[in-house]
Design a binder for this molecule. Structure first.
Ligand SMILES: Cc1cc2nc3c(=O)[nH]c(=O)nc-3n(C[C@H](O)[C@H](O)[C@H](O)COP(=O)(O)OP(=O)(O)OC[C@H]3O[C@@H](n4cnc5c(N)ncnc54)[C@H](O)[C@@H]3O)c2cc1C
Length: 607
């Protein structure tokens, strides 16, 4: 076992982790990033469409309008102070990325080009606004490359292909983390004054997902297993346009450029569900509309998918109908949606320039996660009590600026805004803080659990259990939910966990790059997060944003303008079914903008 000491450890090298590392190091801290993937392979690199900021380069725009859309899109569960910080900080954060060298697309005048995205409007919902800054449809890729280079320049140390399995806690502080070096199987302990988790989402809980195989929520699970609550886990976003059968994401930028959703009769069905903003309504609304069409027998060929059409003749027909002068041609589509065309041709054998794309909703984004304040400090209760030394940012965190449903382009903003704030806060904190000793035997429990998995002699392989969980979660904790199925889901997860503990087997007994073992580990994390999601969803008896209950179809602002905090109560680090989950709904949603401006007071969402 090796021990390393740094002022700050950043777990995860996606956009949030790299931004935090950069800013902590700029502030003078000695920083290391620990990542199970090579940094530029992080899922941030898959983000296509863009990053929202009210630059106003093409249409008039203001941060307050961006904050309004974020709060409304989040179905009023967003903490309004966090939405305000997000929108205000977005402007200079994007300009800063440009100054670091990010090659954004440009307007003819040389400004950063912007495109439309779902739910983004000007003047408090008046009309769609061009707010998404983008580098073709490879925005996330460019962010990662840019930030990684800047981190190298700032002497951030990288531990790459190191898988974090546990958090080190002592005297009520987070004092670092425990990782396995994948190349050797050796344990490493990272001792730090401040540890920031930026480990991304857990879309792999569901069968159809846009998320990379690596998105198994291990960072959030590690924190959760140490008694930190998870917030708003019931809110998981299904993106409306995943490639049928595969879930691979087709960016909202397609609809932003004029793409249209059509059912088997060639009807533009979003006109029924969101008469004003139509195909660009927020994602929860569009995903539900697709399901309703499918239920009504309007799926293509009676199946469970619809079409997304970006063929120039279709787009131009609807642009003309809407009285717009803009027209698109094949060369334009091929240029601004290059990645999309490639994905469709490669994975579906469909050429979007000549045929419509088959799409279905796909599990995409965790609105919930590790609760933090606007400085990325982890907070553990309704009184916003800070857990010293522990920070979180990006998708694994819940600030909560996205509330019950995230708007497109707002995750990339979240990464750079709250990653940066977290990095700055850490730089300040470590200056005044001393190292608190590591706990005795920091690797003890994770080592024992890995040994247990390695030597289990059951019949079920991890992939079989994983598939069972994914199918079950898709059917019972998906786009539409209902009490009985949710209660079953809670029991089903328990049964799966029992099999995980008693009936697992893996083939590889080695130590070097034992992906068999690590996949089994990841499955344990997924199961814990699936349970937290199902329990939180069962508890919330209303429909809001990404959480849609067929037995409670109304949004209930009297009772439910509160966050869900779910805590794992167990005296063992790796919970079995003797652990209990405690739910706390005393944390009220921050309404600070509504207190000053009646437009921010919750009202029914109309599109
Ligand atoms: C296909 C796709 C397209 C998207 N498009 C957009 C878009 O256009 N605009 C937008 O705003 N959002 C978009 N999103 C959402 C957005 O990309 C993600 O929410 C965001 O990139 C998450 O960034 P992150 O820094 O939190 O984590 P990630 O980029 O997911 O990185 C996670 C990091 O954590 C590390 N890690 C994880 N577990 C461990 C562990 N146990 N030990 C060590 N390291 C670990 C990984 O190695 C990785 O470096 C998209 C998402 C997907 C899936």
């Amino acid at each position: 076992m090796q021990t390393h000491q740094f002022d700050a450890i950043i777990v995860g090298a996606g956009g949030a982790g790299l931004m935090a590392a950069l800013y902590a190091s700029k502030g003078g801290a000695k920083v290391a990033v620990v990542s199970k993937l090579y940094p530029t392979r992080s899922h941030t690199g898959a983000a296509l469409g863009g990053i929202g900021a009210a630059l106003g380069n093409l249409d008039e725009d203001k941060p307050l309008w961006h904050a309004y859309d974020t709060v409304k899109g989040g179905d009023y569960l967003a903490d309004q102070n966090a939405a305000k910080v997000l929108a205000e900080n977005a402007v200079d954060a994007v300009i800063e990325l440009e100054h670091m060298g990010l090659p954004f697309d440009r307007t003819p005048e040389g400004r950063i080009s912007q495109r439309r995205f779902g739910g983004h409007t000007s003047n408090f919902g008046e009309k769609a606004v061009r707010r998404a800054c983008h580098a073709a449809d490879r925005t996330g890729h460019m962010i990662l490359q840019t930030l990684y280079q800047q981190c190298i320049k700032n002497d951030v140390k990288f531990f790459v292909e190191f898988h974090v399995v546990d958090v080190a806690m002592n005297q009520g502080h987070c004092v670092g983390c425990v990782a396995i070096e994948l190349g050797t199987g050796e344990f490493h302990v990272f001792h730090a004054k401040a540890t920031l988790f930026a480990t991304g989402g857990w879309g792999r809980v569901w069968q159809i997902t846009s998320n990379a195989h690596s998105l198994t929520g291990d960072g959030a699970a590690a924190v959760y297993r140490r008694g930190v609550p998870m917030q708003d886990m019931e809110f998981f976003q299904f993106h409306p346009t995943g490639l049928y059968g595969l879930g691979v994401l087709l960016t909202e930028g397609i609809r932003g450029e004029g793409g249209i959703l059509l059912n088997r009769h060639g009807e533009r069905f979003m006109e029924k569900y969101a008469p004003s903003i139509k195909d660009l309504a927020s994602r929860d609304v569009v995903s539900r509309s697709i399901y309703m069409e499918v239920r009504a027998g309007n799926g293509i060929g009676g199946k469970d998918y619809v079409h997304l059409d970006i063929r120039p003749q279709t787009v131009n027909r609807y642009l003309a109908e809407a009285g717009e002068t803009r027209r698109v041609d094949e060369a334009f589509v091929a240029r601004v949606l290059a990645e999309t065309l490639d994905v469709c041709r490669t994975y579906a054998g469909v050429d979007p320039l000549t045929e419509p794309m088959p799409i279905q909703p796909t599990a995409h984004y965790a609105m919930g996660g590790i609760p933090t304040n606007v400085d990325a400090e982890v907070v553990i209760d309704e009184n916003w009590t800070v857990l010293p030394g522990m920070y979180a940012a990006g998708e694994c965190a819940c600030v909560s600026c996205h509330g019950a449903n995230r708007l497109g382009t707002n995750s990339l903003v979240d990464l750079i805004v709250f990653g940066r704030r977290g990095g700055m806060k850490i730089a300040e904190y470590v200056k005044g803080a001393d190292f608190i000793p590591l706990p005795a035997n920091p690797t003890g429990e994770s080592e024992a659990e890995l040994k247990r998995i390695r030597s289990s002699k059951g019949k079920t392989r991890p992939y079989q259990l994983r598939q069972d969980m994914q199918k079950m979660m898709m059917a019972k904790v998906g786009v539409f939910r209902e009490g009985k199925a949710l209660a079953e889901a809670v029991d089903d997860v328990k049964a799966l966990r029992e099999r995980y503990r008693t009936d697992l087997t893996i083939d590889d007994q080695g130590y070097k790059f034992n992906t068999d073992l690590m996949e089994a580990w990841e499955l344990g994390c997924l199961l814990d997060l699936a349970e937290a999601t199902a329990v939180s969803a069962l508890n919330r008896t209303e429909s809001r944003g990404g959480h849609s209950r067929e037995d409670y179809q109304e949004r209930d602002d009297e009772k439910w303008l509160v966050h869900t905090l779910v805590t794992l109560k167990s005296d063992k680090a790796y919970a079995d079914n003797s652990a209990t989950l405690e739910i706390n709904t005393n944390k009220k949603v921050d309404m600070s903008l509504a207190a000053e401006d009646p437009r921010f007071v919750p009202k029914p969402r109309v599109y």
